[in-house]
Each structure stands twice: as structure tokens, then as C-alpha cells.
Design a binder for this molecule. Structure first.
Ligand code: MV4
Length: 457
């Protein structure tokens, strides 16, 4: 097992990794920017080291600074958390070269799955259901026109280097294709430095459903069921739950087996998420693979009782998975609300000092946060303040627990999305489980501008 792990992240996920290390008896090193000197991840790590100014590009994205911190402190492994460098094949390679174990899949697997066109091809070959689409990137407008015609409209143009919706264009008619193709390429080039795009059949009102997997270095792969993540706005998830009301036990078993086989096919190790779109009829289509631990992993931990971060560390150290698929059981229903420092109506960020902070516990409640009274929510980083996760015997109990927890939460000094979450939790469609990626459009405060529509399309 590792002696010392460098936590290359901040906020609640840095704390979450520190919790796992403590329970495993592993020492921790926190890295922090000048804006995070007084953060809880710094306070609770065994050692800490400043890696640069507040701007992420100067600190949490600074590979030489992070590697130096690991070298100086003698860390033998690095956990990247989510966001920042968590899906950087480059960081994983540098770690390997420096004999620091990267807690994630092999760099070659991160690189393969980070290229969405390559990932699509690999998953198709492994037998994962796919929407019709181009086989790899589309080089020219002429090819795009031909391919789209073959697929049938509407189609969607996606960036090969994308994810999270950037460089994406929905095309309803052939007349719109040339312009959409050019702008998607340009947007992809400026956002990722790679302009390549591919084309897929566009599915109008899908659910976003994802499967959590774990794979060790001995060929064992298990799935931990699905999470329903359809409630999102501008590609930021707001509420996630497991199980999905749209996934039967039979479908879970079928999809689970598919993702396990697909993960084996690419020699996937560590934690990963296979994202799917699901249509109204219950058909699943592959979207992408995330090669990191995700924000919403606690939802899966609550229904399976498996500590995903601890498993990530054990796996990276070469241990075998401690359980078989038949030993993974799903109990009750879990739900997560991401509490952001934002105006609940306009979504404008609301950074600043939190003067009072209290989220009640009680049966079935878990709060993952690095916030506390008199802490500063910095404008430099994302606006998530806390994740409230609840577990109940069934969905109804989980919803009731979430409501009473949010109703009794006190966050003073900043605006938060708690009122929005309470609205969602009382919405008839939400209660009935009628969800799709368009769910949040009804909650828009004002008529949308054309840019906002394009972004949420
Ligand atoms: C799609 C789609 C419909 N059809 N692909 C959004 C983020 C990126 N990872 C892929 N995304 C989508 N791909 C096809 N062929 C709709 C979306 C999409 C979406 C997906 C999941 C959750 C929220 C979404 C919001 C808008 C669009």
C-alpha cells in the first residue's frame, strides 16, 4: 500500500480523498493555491505545499508545480479528484515517468477515451449500443453533408476533444449544416486546440444515465449500477439519483454486463463512468466514458455501501477488487443535490464570505463539503459549496429527507441554489420521475436569449 498520497485538488473532493487516506492509514499531502491557504483540505492533510497563485492555470493545473510538490514531499501516489487535471493523460504519463502512481486508469486508456471519436469506435467494437454516426472525425464540409444525409436529420456535431457540451451543434436541416459544421470546428479549435468534430444522430429528449464501474489490475471488473443525471443546466448537473426510475433490474443487469465487457475490452482499470443517452422507449446509446471519480459518486456509495475512493486507492496500489459482481447489492434510493453559490433564479455566481453555515444530519443524510462558517467562497473556482446526499428505503423517503435537510439548512452571506432544489423536489414531473435533459428548461426565470438556448440545446 502507499505511504503518502498527494491530493492534486481542492474543496470537498480533496477532503473526500483525505478521508479515504486516513481510513486506510495513508499520509496525505495537500497542494493549495494562494487563495486556499486557510482551506480545510490544507488543515486536515498531514503536509501541505503551496503550488502557486489563485488562478487555476497557475496552480491546480500546473503540472510541474504539482509534480515538484510530490517529489519534495516524497509522495508515492497522486489522486487527481475530478475537474482540473483529473483526465489529463499527460499528467498520468509524467507521474509514471517520475515513479509516482497516478490513481486512475493508464495514460493510454485516458488518451483513448478522451478522444470521443476514438472512444466511440472502441465501444462500438466492444458491442456497446450506439446511435448512427460518423466512423471517426469528419474532415470536410462535403463529407459532413454526405454523412448527415446518410444518418438522417436531426444530427448533432460534437468535438472529438469535447465533453461537457462545448463545440456541440444540433443541426435540424441540411441547410443549417455548413454553418454549424464550421462553427463547431472553430469552437472546438479555440476551446481544446483540436478542431476535429464527428457527427451523430440527434436524440431529442433523452435521459442521461451513467454506469459506475471499478476495474483492478488483475482483470476483474464490476459495475455499481446506474445514476440518473438528467437534471442539469448548461451541462452542469444539479441533482443525481440512483437507481433511475427508468432502469429495471433486468435492464440494469444487461447494461451492467455490457459496460463490464466494454471496460475489459479496453483494459480499463480504476474507477470509471460510462455515460448513456436513453430514449423514451428505454433504448440506451453510448455517449462517453469519464475516466475519473465523479462529483456524484456518493449516490452510488449510498446504495452499494462501497467506498469508491478507497477502492480507487486500493486498486492503484495493485490490490484485487475485494468483492465480486454477485456481492454488489443495491439497497434503497439515494439522491444528491449540488448546492452552488449562485442566484437560484438567474444562476449568476454569488461568491463571498459565508457567515453562517449549518446543514443538519440525521438518518440517511451525508454532507460532502469543505465549507464552514466564516469561510470564503472564492470567485476563482467553481461555485459548488456542498453536496447534500440522502439515502432512503425508497425514492419517496429519499425525497422527503432531501427536502427536510434543505429546508433546515442555513447558509448566510451568499446566495445558494437551495430554493431551486426545493422547487425541483416539489415538481410533479420530478415526483413522477418524468425526467429528460430538457427538465430544467421549465425553471428558467426569464425568456432565454438565443445564446442561452444554444448552450442548453
Ligand atoms: C447528445 C444529445 C442528443 N443526441 N448526443 C451533451 C454533453 C455531451 N457530453 C453530449 N451531450 C449530448 N449529446 C446525441 N446524439 C444530447 C446531449 C445533451 C445532453 C446530454 C446529457 C445531459 C444533458 C444534455 C443536455 C443537452 C444535450
Amino acid at each position: 500500500m502507499f505511504q503518502k498520497i498527494l491530493v492534486a485538488n481542492r474543496g470537498e473532493i480533496a477532503l473526500r480523498v483525505i478521508f479515504a487516506c486516513r481510513e486506510l492509514g495513508i499520509k496525505t499531502v495537500a497542494v493549495y493555491s494562494e487563495a486556499d491557504e486557510n482551506s480545510l483540505h490544507v488543515r486536515f492533510a498531514d503536509e501541505d505545499i503551496c503550488i502557486g497563485p489563485a488562478r487555476s492555470s497557475d496552480s491546480y493545473l500546473n503540472v510541474p508545480a504539482i509534480i515538484s510538490a510530490a517529489e519534495i514531499t516524497g509522495a508515492d501516489a497522486l489522486h487527481p479528484g475530478y475537474g482540473f487535471l483529473s483526465e489529463s493523460a499527460y499528467l498520468a504519463e509524467v507521474c509514471e515517468a517520475c515513479h509516482i502512481r497516478f490513481i486512475g486508469p493508464d495514460p493510454s486508456v485516458i488518451r483513448l477515451l478522451g478522444d470521443k471519436a476514438k472512444a466511440r469506435r472502441a465501444m462500438k467494437k466492444a458491442g456497446v449500443p450506439m446511435l448512427p454516426g460518423s466512423d471517426g472525425p469528419v474532415e470536410s464540409e462535403e463529407r459532413a453533408i454526405k454523412i448527415a444525409l446518410g444518418i438522417g436529420y436531426p444530427v448533432i456535431i460534437k468535438a472529438v476533444a469535447g465533453g461537457g457540451g462545448r463545440g456541440m451543434r444540433i443541426v435540424k436541416t441540411p441547410a443549417d449544416l455548413p454553418h454549424a459544421f464550421k462553427t463547431a470546428q472553430r469552437e472546438a479549435e479555440s476551446a481544446f486546440g483540436v478542431g476535429d468534430v464527428y457527427i451523430e444522430k440527434y436524440l431529442d429528449s433523452p435521459r442521461h444515465i451513467e454506469f459506475q464501474i471499478l476495474g483492478d489490475h488483475h482483470g476483474n471488473v464490476v459495475h455499481l449500477g446506474e445514476r440518473e443525471c438528467s437534471i442539469q443546466r448548461r451541462h452542469q448537473k444539479l441533482l443525481e439519483e440512483s437507481p433511475s426510475v427508468a432502469v429495471s433490474e433486468k435492464v440494469r443487469r444487461k447494461m451492467g454486463n455490457l459496460v463490464v465487457d466494454a471496460a475489459r475490452a479496453v483494459q480499463y482499470t480504476n474507477a470509471g463512468t460510462f455515460e448513456f443517452l436513453m430514449d423514451e422507449k428505454g433504448n440506451f446509446y453510448f455517449m462517453e466514458v469519464n475516466t475519473r471519480v465523479q462529483v456524484e459518486h456518493p449516490v452510488t456509495e449510498m446504495v452499494t455501501g462501497i467506498d469508491i475512493v478507497k477502492e480507487q486507492i486500493r486498486i492503484a496500489a495493485g490490490a484485487r477488487l475485494g468483492f465480486k459482481q454477485s456481492e454488489v447489492t443495491f439497497t434503497g434510493h439515494a439522491m444528491e443535490c449540488r448546492i452552488n453559490a449562485e442566484d437560484p433564479e438567474t444562476f449568476v455566481p454569488s461568491p463571498g464570505m459565508i457567515h453562517a453555515f449549518s446543514v443538519p444530519g440525521g438518518p440517511g443524510v451525508r454532507v460532502d463539503t469543505a465549507a464552514h462558517s466564516e469561510c470564503l467562497i472564492s470567485p476563482y473556482y467553481d461555485s459548488m459549496v456542498a453536496k447534500v446526499i440522502v439515502h432512503g428505503r425508497d425514492r419517496q423517503e429519499a425525497v422527503a429527507r432531501m427536502k427536510r435537510t434543505l429546508e433546515m439548512s442555513v447558509v448566510e452571506g451568499i446566495r445558494t441554489t437551495i430554493p431551486l432544489h426545493l422547487k425541483i423536489l416539489s415538481d410533479p414531473d420530478f415526483i413522477a420521475g418524468r425526467l429528460s435533459t430538457h427538465f430544467m428548461e421549465r425553471f428558467a426565470a426569464k425568456p432565454k436569449t438565443s445564446t442561452a438556448l444554444a448552450e442548453s440545446a
